[in-house]
Design a protein around this ligand. Structure first.
Ligand code: FE2
Ligand code: FE2
Length: 181
């Protein structure tokens, strides 16, 4: 059977869960790369959700309430990540911030799975959910997959995580362009 938006979102959530788990386990020197991968995965996922998933959730019963709260959580997670831009990924400060982010993102994913997905399944039929998956995939694919590399000869920039907010902005811009808005 064709993949529905629910299947696709769950797969994305599991990919992010896997990346978070890997970062906890990996050597400190490799955290930066993995963290940047998490940032770009989340930026693509949330930009596409904000464009075409949460607005549809509003059409369901009590959907506004659910949409508003998950969007608020996305904003919070984005702020937590932006606060990590200047941190050294090998520091304890980074690890503490990362664990806080991990909890926030896990709670957010669970919230969507438990409160948003059932509403979408109630509101839309199978064909609509499949069409949404196709649309979602296309939007995710237009968003940049890798963050801009840091300036190579700047030791501060290479030690720190580097730009985060810009990754989210670029993902949203790309999605907006693709939608012609
Ligand atoms: Fe989300
Ligand atoms: Fe999500």
């Amino acid at each position: 059977m064709a993949e529905t938006i629910i299947d696709h979102l769950r797969k994305d959530h599991d990919t992010v869960r896997d990346l978070f788990g890997r970062l906890e386990q990996t050597a400190a020197a490799e955290r930066r790369e993995l963290f940047r991968e998490i940032v770009s995965e989340l930026a693509r996922h949330e930009a596409a959700e904000q464009a075409i998933v949460h607005p549809r959730t509003r059409e369901a019963a009590h959907g506004d309430q659910v949409a508003d709260s998950v969007i608020g959580e996305e904003q919070e997670a984005e702020e937590l990540m932006a606060d990590m831009e200047s941190m050294d990924p090998e520091s304890d400060e980074f690890l503490a911030a990362f664990r806080k982010l991990h909890t926030a993102v896990e709670n957010h994913a669970t919230h969507e799975e438990e409160k948003e997905f059932p509403r979408l399944e109630e509101q839309f039929d199978h064909d609509e959910l499949v069409a949404m998956a196709t649309h979602f995939e296309r939007l995710e694919s237009v968003a940049p997959t890798r963050p801009h590399p840091n300036t190579p000869n700047d030791p501060v920039a290479t030690a720190a995580i580097g730009p985060v907010a810009g990754v989210f902005d670029r993902a949203r811009d790309a999605v907006r362009d693709a939608l012609g808005r």
